[in-house]
Design a protein around this ligand. Structure first.
Ligand code: PMP
Ligand code: GLU
Length: 394
């Protein structure tokens, strides 16, 4: 049998997807697993979006779409960027992709050459590091502290920049920490970047609407950052459309054109029915999905309250997304019910085996002291999961 490429052999498996698969497997064996590993809303896609998809099927939308997306979808994205983010983009600056994940992969592929560095404030979303490496880039992980709400400081950014720095990638609201950068915090980072005009910023805003403090700020809103910021977004999270696979970017035209070219050779345009449905989703007011955000907010209060009651779980106060990222290093070096806990992976596996609760190790997000718990689950499931965790560690 042929030898596989170094590229794939050196790549880590997506830890979020791997844990979700493991949880599914154990469930199929009849174990009562509560899955808090995957960042996936547990709501159904709203009816008004489903109806648009059904209509598109009946209207025979079945052919290849333009590689960078239907014009009507680009226009809906342009409207959305204006309405929600006060950002002005032309059609030539928009590219629709098969999820924000492909949008990110396109960006890495069109910007990185071998050895180029990408600054990743830790914790970062699980796939950033491997997407960068896959494209021969070098992820430069910058540790942030739970005491600073896991946010990158201007001093840390300055210290991480080298002549090889090509980009910085971050998400706000952040997966996995839930941190939301304020306008002042982003401005302070932008001020550092003033001295480095060639560094591109990738602002991953996929959790934009799942924000409990009110204000979402886009890096591209700063006039001096607009021309070198790629704004990444998608419908997976706020619209409960993970499986529909639609994400998009607003970018400097040169980068958008390059992503279009890349996608044209790799996947072609995203799914036609899903694109039609997303036109409807984005043209509606975000208030149509507010009920989900309200529910996430309640779950956040619930899970933070319950976790605070367990010894050795130190949390920040997540202001967005649907994750908590507790520091559980208190348990390192201890033996719990016969399991020796040396690191976050051991702890996460212990919770799976002993409490039958699936979480994800922080190592996958660049932070070895934490685990990620998704609260995109019902309040009953959250209460039961945390009860089991408490019992397992007691
Ligand atoms: N960015 C972040 C921060 C995420 O959590 C995810 C996970 N859904 C993605 C990008 C990719 O989203 P999708 O491909 O489903 O649009
Ligand atoms: N983004 C989600 C997560 O972090 C979905 C899984 C994935 O795409 O990796 O869990």
């Amino acid at each position: 049998m042929t030898q596989l490429s170094d590229r794939v052999l050196n790549m880590a498996t997506s830890a979020t997807l791997a844990m979700a698969a493991k949880a599914r497997e154990l469930k199929a064996e009849g174990k009562d697993i509560i899955g808090l590993s995957l960042g996936e809303p547990d709501f159904n896609t709203p009816d008004f979006i489903k109806e648009a998809a059904i209509q598109a099927i009946n209207e025979n939308y079945n052919a290849y779409t333009p590689v960078d997306g239907y014009v009507e979808l680009k226009d809906a994205i342009i409207t959305k960027f204006k309405r929600d983010n006060q950002l002005s983009y032309e059609r030539s600056q928009i590219v629709v992709s098969t999820g924000a994940k492909q949008a990110l992969a396109n960006i890495a592929a069109v910007i990185l050459n071998e050895g180029d560095e990408v600054i990743l404030p830790c914790p970062y979303w699980v796939s950033y590091s491997d997407i960068v490496k896959l494209n021969e880039g070098v992820p430069v992980e910058v540790k942030t502290s739970i005491d600073n709400d896991f946010k990158l400081t201007p001093q840390q950014l300055e210290a991480a920049i080298t002549p090889k720095t090509k980009m910085i990638w971050y998400s706000s609201p952040c997966n996995p920490s839930g941190s939301v950068y304020s306008k002042e915090e982003l401005r302070a980072l932008a001020d550092v970047l003033q001295n480095y005009p060639d560094i591109v910023v990738v602002s991953d805003e996929i959790y934009e609407h799942i924000n409990f403090i009110g204000t979402h700020v886009s890096m591209a809103q700063f006039e001096d950052m607009y021309d070198r910021t790629v704004t990444v977004n998608g419908v997976s999270k706020a619209f409960a459309m993970t499986g529909w696979r639609i994400g998009y970017i607003g970018a400097p035209e040169k980068i958008a054109r390059a992503c279009n070219k890349m996608q044209g050779q790799v996947t072609s345009g995203a799914n036609c029915i899903a694109q039609r449905a997303v036109i409807t989703a984005l043209n509606e007011s975000p208030s149509r999905v507010q009920f989900m955000i309200d529910e996430f907010k309640q779950r956040r209060e619930l899970i933070l309250g319950l976790l605070n009651d367990i010894e050795g779980f130190k949390t920040n106060s997540p202001e967005g997304a649907f994750y908590v990222f507790p520091d559980i290093s208190h348990y390192f070096g201890k033996t719990l019910k016969g399991y020796t806990i040396e690191n976050a992976t051991d702890f996460s596996l212990f919770l799976l085996e002993e409490a039958h609760v699936a979480t994800v190790t922080g190592i996958a997000f660049g932070n070895p002291n934490c685990i990620r718990i998704s609260y995109a689950a019902s309040q009953e499931q959250i209460m039961e999961a945390i009860r089991r965790i408490k019992q397992a560690v007691s």
